[in-house]
Design a protein around this ligand. Structure first.
Ligand SMILES: N[C@@H](CCC(=O)N[C@@H](CS)C(=O)NCC(=O)O)C(=O)O
Length: 214
């Protein structure tokens, strides 16, 4: 398989975590797509547009050449094709709750602080950082209200799609200078994830296209 992505893309990061949890990271070649290259980014190239008509990452290419976009669809495919360990709880209610939190982030936060939208806000003379803090803060407050109070993960004893979406979003929150002290359940789940190699190996600074530390 090939994963077309960007080291700092939160949606790509979700897929890296999923591949790691499934033990498939070594079976997947990472193909960097530089979202910040000159000319507006490689995601807008003709070659990438043929992979993803939304001109975004991630894109998963299967061994037979089939292409899949949208991180949650990719995670759902991985989960169906490689059921162990499950990324969604088995019981209907926790399963729906995990998806509920994942969607708060996937639909209610990430698109509102996506690179192209922030570039647009800046071009209009707005304040992309302030806007990002506002929308991420609102979404994380909703996640905090929905999280299991005891954990350790957002929904129960095992990491799920909810935690997979949370961890990159917490990282972005810090990049924008958001104070996370008001979200103890999210910090607890994030710490539980940080103890797992699949989450650690998926971190942006460990990716081949990450800039060298200075
Ligand atoms: N819903 C999509 C979101 C994908 C997305 O927004 N990707 C961002 C990086 S995290 C991107 O490619 N941005 C490029 C741009 O805004 O030009 C998914 O979950 O895969």
């Amino acid at each position: 398989m090939k994963l077309y992505g960007y080291w700092r893309s939160s949606a790509t990061w979700r897929v890296r975590i999923g591949l790691g949890l499934k033990g498939l990271a070594a079976n997947c070649e990472i193909v960097p797509v530089d979202l910040r290259s000159a000319g507006g980014g490689e995601q807008r190239s003709e070659a990438h547009g043929a992979r993803n008509p939304m001109a975004q990452v991630p894109v998963l290419e299967l061994d037979d050449g089939r292409l899949l976009t949208q991180s949650l669809a990719i995670l759902a495919w991985l989960d169906a094709a490689h059921p162990s360990p499950p990324l969604w709880p088995a019981d209907p209610w926790p399963r729906a709750r995990a998806m509920e939190i994942a969607e708060i982030i996937n639909a209610g936060v990430q698109p509102l602080q996506n690179l192209s939208l922030l570039q647009h806000i800046k071009a209009l003379g707005g304040d992309p950082e302030g806007w990002s803090r506002e929308v991420i803060g609102r979404g994380l407050a909703a996640c905090e209200a929905k999280a299991d109070p005891t954990g350790p993960f957002l929904v129960g004893e095992e990491p799920s799609v909810a935690d997979i979406c949370l961890v990159p979003q917490m990282h972005n929150a810090r990049l924008f200078g958001l104070d996370l002290a008001a979200f103890p359940a999210l910090l607890r789940a994030e710490a539980a994830c940080a103890a797992l190699p699949a989450f650690l190996d998926a971190r942006p600074e460990r990716q081949p296209d990450a800039p060298a530390p200075h």
